[in-house]
Write a protein that binds this ligand. Structure first.
Ligand code: SAH
Ligand code: SF4
Ligand code: F3S
Length: 446
C-alpha cells in the first residue's frame, strides 16, 4: 500500500521551498502527500526559529503528534526539520524522545537514508551538519505545482545582524551555480510555470558561477532567465539594501518580465538602532537605494520588514521608523515585535523594551501600514492590470490571481483561464483584495 507523508511548514518562503523538495526526495520511496497528519505514515515539521513564538509552536504540535503516535502503537515516523532542528539539535530528542529524525536545512537530501535508519528498531537520527557538498547537487528535479513557483538560488547569511538567528541556522552564504538555476527554471516552465520567484536569505547577494564562465550577479541571472520562452514573470526575495548593485537596478529598467514589486527589508528608520542592529548602512543609504530603484522603474512598489522594540529603541527612534515608512510609501510590510533569541548579541544588550511598549508601537505602525496598503489598493481601482490567475475563487466560475504588486484579484467568469496572465480592469476594492473583469485575452507581461 502506498505510504503517505504530511509536511507542516512554518516560517519563510525558503522553508516552503524546502518542504516541497523534501516531498520530492521522499516520493521515490513511495510517499504520496497527505493533507492531514491523521492520514500520514510520516510527518515532517519544517520549523522556524526566527522568533520565540515560532519556535514554541513546534513543541505544542509535537505534543499532539505524540498522542497520535501512541494511538498507533508507534507506527508513525516523526521528523523535525528546519531551523529549530538546526538550533536545538539533540535537545529536541531529549524533550521529545518519540521524535525519530532531527535534520537541519542543509541535509534533507539524505532523508531516504534517515528514514531507513529510523525504521530499524529504536533508530533515532540526528543530522544537523553543514555538509561540504551542497544538497542541491543531490536533489531530484523539482515538480511544479501550479503556474507560479519558487526557486531557491542562494542560501545562508554572513551578515550577522545582532537580532537574527539565520546565520547560525542556515550557515554561510552559498550561491547555486547559474547553470543549475537556469536548468531548474526551464524544467519548471516546461511543466507550465509562468512566474518564478527566486529565493534567498540575501537573494541579491547571489554571485554564482556563470553559465558561460566567470561569476555572475543577480542582474545577469535575471536577464538570462528573462530569455526563457514561456517564463512571463520574475520576482526575487528577500534582499539586503547593501547588495543592491547597479546592474540589478538597471535590470529593473530593462527587463519587463521583472515585476515592479520588491521586498527590501530595512528593520528600522533610526540610525542609532540600525547601527546597534549591525545592519551596516544608515537611513540615508537606504533612501538612496530606493531613489535609484524608482528612477529605474518609476512604478516600482516596495514592501519591507520592520522590527519594533529592539533593545534601546526610544520613542524618538520609533518615530524615525514611522517617518521612514511614510517617506518611502511602503505598500506593505512584515512588521514584528523584537524577540530575544538565545545566542544572538542583542539578547544580552541592556535596555530591553517592555512588552506593552512593543505592543503599542506595533499597533501604531500597523495602523499606518494598513492605511498605506489601503490607499494603494484604492488607487488601483479603475486601472487595468496583468493578473496571473492561479487559484479557484470563492464562487463558481471565479478565479483569484495576483497583480504585479502581489495584490489578490478576483475575476468572475474566468474558469477557463486558470494559469494564464490576463488583463483585468479593476472595478472593486474589498478589505484585503481587489475584484475586476477580464478585458483582453492576450498574454502579457506586467
Ligand atoms: N535577510 C533578510 C530577512 C531574514 S529574517 C534581511 O536581511 O532583512 C526575516 C525577518 O524576520 C527579518 O527581516 C526581521 O524583520 C525578522 N526578524 C529576524 N529576527 C528577529 C527577531 N529576533 N525578532 C523579531 N523579528 C525578527
Ligand atoms: Fe538575518 Fe541580517 Fe542575515 Fe537578514 S541579513 S538573514 S536579518 S542576519
Ligand atoms: Fe525561520 Fe529559518 Fe526562515 S529561522 S524565517 S525558517 S530561515
Amino acid at each position: 500500500m502506498a505510504k503517505k507523508l504530511f509536511v507542516k511548514t512554518y516560517g519563510c518562503q525558503m522553508n516552503v521551498y524546502d518542504s516541497a523538495r523534501m516531498a520530492d526526495v521522499l516520493a521515490p520511496l513511495g510517499y504520496a502527500e497527505a493533507t492531514r497528519p491523521e492520514d500520514a505514515d510520516m510527518v515532517i515539521l519544517n520549523t522556524c526559529h526566527i522568533r520565540e513564538k515560532a519556535a514554541e509552536k513546534v513543541f505544542s504540535e509535537l505534543g499532539r503528534l505524540r498522542v497520535l503516535k501512541a494511538e498507533r502503537d508507534g507506527a508513525l515516523i516523526i521528523a523535525v526539520a528546519g531551523c529549530v532542528a538546526q538550533a536545538e539539535g539533540a535537545e529536541i530528542l531529549r524533550r521529545a524522545p518519540f521524535v525519530d529524525i532531527v535534520l537541519g536545512p542543509q541535509t534533507y537530501h539524505r532523508l531516504p537514508e534517515m528514514v531507513a535508519q529510523a525504521a530499524r528498531a529504536g533508530g533515532t537520527v540526528l543530522d544537523t551538519e553543514f555538509p561540504l557538498e551542497p544538497k542541491f547537487d543531490h536533489l531530484p528535479d523539482a515538480r511544479a505545482d501550479g503556474s507560479a513557483a519558487f526557486l531557491s538560488v542562494q542560501e545562508g547569511c554572513d551578515k550577522f545582524c545582532t537580532f537574527c538567528v539565520v546565520p547560525y541556522t542556515r550557515g554561510a552564504e552559498y550561491s547555486r551555480p547559474a547553470k543549475a538555476i537556469l536548468d531548474e527554471a526551464r524544467k519548471l516552465v516546461g511543466q507550465g510555470v509562468v512566474e518564478i520567484s527566486l529565493l534567498g536569505q540575501n537573494v541579491n547577494g547571489w554571485h554564482g558561477d556563470g553559465a558561460t564562465g566567470g561569476t555572475w550577479g543577480l542582474g545577469r541571472l535575471v536577464r538570462e532567465l528573462a530569455d526563457i520562452n514561456g517564463l512571463e514573470r520574475i520576482r526575487y526575495t528577500t534582499s539586503h539594501p547593501n547588495d543592491m548593485d547597479d546592474d540589478l537596478i538597471s535590470a529593473h529598467a530593462q527587463v519587463d518580465k521583472l515585476m515592479p514589486f520588491l521586498s527590501l527589508p530595512v528593520q528600522s528608520g533610526s540610525d542609532r538602532i540600525l547601527d546597534a542592529m549591525n545592519r551596516k548602512h544608515d537611513r540615508a543609504f537606504y533612501l538612496g537605494v530606493v531613489d535609484r530603484l524608482k528612477a529605474a522603474r518609476p512604478d516600482l512598489a516596495l514592501t519591507t520588514d520592520l522590527i519594533v522594540g529592539f533593545p534601546g529603541e526610544t520613542d524618538a527612534d520609533f518615530q524615525d521608523t514611522m517617518d521612514l515608512v511614510r517617506q518611502v510609501g511602503f505598500i506593505n510590510t512584515y512588521s514584528f515585535k523584537y524577540s530575544s533569541r538565545p545566542g544572538t548579541p542583542a539578547a544580552g544588550m541592556p535596555n530591553q523594551v517592555p512588552e506593552p511598549v512593543k505592543d503599542a508601537r506595533l499597533a501604531e505602525l500597523q495602523a499606518l501600514l494598513w492605511d498605506q496598503t489601503n490607499r494603494f489598493n484604492q488607487q488601483s481601482v479603475g486601472r487595468t492590470m496583468a493578473v496571473l490567475l492561479d487559484r479557484p475563487g470563492r464562487y463558481p466560475g471565479q478565479l483569484t490571481g495576483r497583480s504585479p504588486f502581489m495584490q489578490p484579484v478576483h475575476v468572475d467568469n474566468a474558469s477557463d483561464r486558470m494559469g494564464q496572465i490576463v488583463h483585468v480592469r479593476i472595478t472593486e476594492l474589498h478589505s484585503n483584495s481587489l475584484a475586476g473583469e477580464a478585458v483582453a485575452s492576450e498574454r502579457i507581461c506586467a
